[in-house]
Design a protein around this ligand. Structure first.
Ligand SMILES: O=C(O)Cc1cc(O)ccc1O
Ligand SMILES: [Fe+2]
Length: 430
């Protein structure tokens, strides 16, 4: 695979040109753009959003994206949107075994299956968690999601993601962030699987650091944006658009990856989670998982995220006189979890890479019986939790499983049994 170049820095005003001299200097919209290109603006925030939150990129391309045939509906059984597509679920903890790869050749779009949903993209609130399976590359087929931005978490197989702004290579352990409305396509080099958070709300950003200071957690410079790259080959393309909770398809006689130069701060990113600077207790007690937040999509209430993307990466555990795994808890926020690699300390056996769990608002959960027994008796020497990567999409709105998630797609019927052995150990019983 070729070594790709990237530009570093989350939220930076990046600029890139695939052909020298194609990016206008000192203005955005000259009367005639160099090389006969068209100027096009892609907005990721209202024009009048505060400067700190404003997101937009100028594209200089061979044809503007309005040059596309009419759209017609495209059926997709597995893809669901917003709370209206959820089913009622009991207030039990839920867990799914790893989703098997789908049969036959299928690309990233065909292989999407929605597990949980909340909110409504028309109200710009909420999210969906999907899993994907892909065995073939999107060749002359592009995907545009007008309903939300996509955060892709590969679990098996590296992805080559071509976007209007250039190309990203994203392997398990890394994540990709794709802005709402930006065309992309996914190439695979073998059977591939992973998770997607579709964020209908405010764009993901880095969390505030408060007393942590000016460094730490996910550092801005480790987010890599692509450099401008365009496809030169002639020929038609299918554009698949997710718009208003369903898919639409159109044909155009040219590639949408025809952007020769661009500048702006609305860009796709890749991020390697091994660069996450993990903060934890160096005295006692298990801190809140918010210390593991990579990216946050705020809601209109301060501190109550529309969705947080949280990782549980390799780290040292050193806390003294402490039960080191997560505490038992009930959370007003809803927790969807996945596992990219290894074991998760609260569920060392039952939670498998590629699997998923849902601990919804106020649903009690915590370490399973095995994890409790181990952690209650472990020697508290410094211990490295290694070869592990779990993650959580944590959202303030209750997550509803889809009918697909509830019907025999690996839903464990006996998940709650993993806590059944937590017997009453109270010593002063009469
Ligand atoms: O429930 C979970 O496994 C996720 C989680 C981890 C943690 O360290 C603290 C709280 C929490 O919800
Ligand atoms: Fe939790």
């Amino acid at each position: 695979m070729s070594e790709l170049s990237y530009q570093s820095g989350f939220g930076n005003q990046h600029a890139s040109e695939a052909i020298a001299g194609s990016l206008p200097v000192g203005r955005n919209s000259p009367q005639r753009v160099a090389h006969g290109l068209y100027a096009e603006l892609l907005s990721g925030a209202a024009f009048t959003a505060p400067r700190a939150d404003n997101l937009r990129t100028w594209l200089y391309r061979r044809q503007p994206s309005v040059v596309v045939g009419g759209y017609r509906p495209l059926d997709h059984e597995g893809l669901k949107t917003g709370a209206k597509d959820g089913v009622s679920a009991p207030p039990d903890p839920m867990r799914w075994a790893p989703q098997p790869l789908l049969d036959g050749p299928h690309d990233f779009i065909a292989g999407l299956r929605t597990l949980v949903v909340n909110g409504d993209p028309d109200a710009q609130t909420g999210m969906a968690a999907h899993v994907y399976s892909a065995t073939s590359s999107m060749e002359r087929r592009a995907f545009v999601n007008a309903d939300g931005e996509l955060l892709i978490v590969p679990e098996q197989g590296a992805l080559t993601i071509s976007t209007e702004l250039g190309v990203l290579e994203v392997a398990p352990g890394e994540i990709a962030l794709l802005p709402r409305g930006m065309a992309f396509k996914v190439a695979v080099s073998g059977p591939s699987r992973g998770y997607v958070c579709e964020n209908y709300g405010a764009a993901f950003r880095l969390p505030e650091l408060g007393p942590i200071g000016s460094n730490g957690l996910a550092n801005p410079r480790d987010f890599l944006a692509p450099v401008a790259a365009f496809e030169a080959e002639a020929g038609a393309y299918e554009i698949v658009k997710k718009y208003g909770g369903r898919l639409w398809t159109a044909r155009q006689d040219h590639t949408p990856f025809n952007v020769v130069a661009w500048h702006g701060n609305l860009t796709p990113y890749k991020y390697d989670t091994s660069h996450f600077m993990v903060i934890g207790s160096i005295s006692f007690d298990h801190p809140d998982p918010s210390i593991f937040t990579v990216l946050t999509s705020p809601s209109d209430t301060p501190g109550w995220a529309n969705v947080d993307f949280v990782i549980f990466p390799p780290r040292w555990l050193v806390a003294e006189d402490t039960f080191r795994p997560p505490w038992y808890h009930r959370n007003v926020m809803s927790e969807f979890m996945g596992l990219v690699q290894g074991q998760y300390d609260a569920k060392p056996e039952g939670f498998k890479p590629g699997g998923a769990s849902l601990h919804n608002t106020m649903v009690p959960h915590g370490p399973d019986t095995e994890a409790f027994a181990k952690a209650s008796n472990a020697s508290l020497a410094p211990h490295k939790l290694d070869n592990t990567l779990a993650f959580m999409f944590e959202t303030r709105w209750r997550l509803l499983p889809t009918a697909y998630a509830m019907q025999g797609t690996g839903l464990e019927t006996n998940y709650a049994d993993c806590w059944a052995g937590l017997s009453d150990n109270f010593k002063d019983k009469a």
